[in-house]
Write a new protein. Structure first.
Length: 218
C-alpha cells in the first residue's frame, strides 16, 4: 500500500470507526447515568431552578465566584488555556481531512499557537503530579497515561500543522484514533459527568433559593 492510501485510511476510515465506537459507548454511559436514582427536593420551592442551572454552568467563566479560582487565578488561566488547546486540537482532526480549503497557512499557524500553551500546561501538570506527594497518593496509572497521551496528541497536532508532512499527519491521526477508543474508559470522561453534575447542583440550589449574588472581580 502507498503512503497516500495509508494516510487516507487513517484520516477517514479509521477515524469514522473510532468515532462510532465512542458514540456507542457514550450513549450507553449516558443512558446508565440517566437511569440512576436521584433523591430530589421535597421542600417548598424558594427560588428559580433554571437560574440556578445557568449560574452553575456560568461559574466556569467567573473565577471570582469560587474561592479555589479566586485565590489561585493562575490555575484558572491554566485550566482555560489547556481546554482551549484541547478543543482546537480536536476540532483540527475534522478540519484537516474534511475542510482542507479552510486550512490556510494563517489558520494552521493560529491553531498551532492555540494548542502550544496546552502542551506547556500539560508539562506543568505532569511535573506537579509527580513532584507533589499529595497528588502522587491520589494518582492512578490512568492519570499518568492520560496526561502523557494528551501531550503526544498536542505535540503531533502542532507538528502536523506547522510541518504537514504525511508522517506527522499519520502520527497525529493515529493517536487521535487511539484516544477515541480509549477515552470512554478513562477519567477524561469527566467532561460527560460535568454536564450532569453542574445541572443537578444548579437545579438543587436554585430550587432552595441559595444562589450567591454576583460578585465584582475586585
Amino acid at each position: 500500500m502507498t503512503n497516500e492510501y495509508i494516510l487516507h485510511f487513517i484520516e477517514y476510515e479509521l477515524q469514522a470507526i473510532a468515532l462510532m465506537w465512542m458514540a456507542v459507548l457514550y450513549t450507553i454511559k449516558i443512558v446508565q447515568l440517566s437511569r440512576l436514582p436521584i433523591s430530589w427536593e421535597r421542600g417548598e420551592k424558594k427560588g428559580n431552578p433554571t437560574r440556578g442551572v445557568l449560574r452553575s454552568y456560568g461559574t466556569i467563566f467567573m473565577p471570582w465566584s469560587m474561592e479555589s479560582s479566586k485565590t489561585h487565578l493562575w490555575r484558572w488561566a491554566e485550566f482555560g488555556l489547556y481546554h482551549i488547546g484541547a478543543l482546537v486540537a480536536i476540532f483540527n482532526t475534522f478540519t484537516f481531512p474534511f475542510a482542507p480549503a479552510m486550512m490556510t497557512p494563517f489558520v494552521r499557524v493560529l491553531f498551532a499557537v492555540l494548542i502550544a500553551p496546552a502542551f506547556v500546561v500539560g508539562i506543568l501538570k505532569l511535573i506537579r503530579r509527580i513532584g507533589k506527594q499529595e497528588l502522587r497518593i491520589i494518582s492512578t496509572p490512568d492519570d499518568y497515561f492520560s496526561l502523557v497521551s494528551l501531550q503526544f496528541f498536542f505535540f503531533f497536532g502542532i507538528m502536523a500543522l506547522l510541518v504537514g508532512t504525511p508522517s506527522w499527519r499519520m502520527a497525529y491521526f493515529l493517536i487521535t484514533a487511539g484516544f477515541l477508543f480509549y477515552v470512554p474508559f478513562s477519567k477524561i470522561s469527566h467532561y460527560i459527568y460535568f454536564f450532569f453534575s453542574r445541572y443537578l447542583t444548579g437545579k438543587r440550589y436554585g430550587w432552595r433559593g441559595v444562589i450567591p449574588r454576583l460578585e465584582s472581580k475586585s
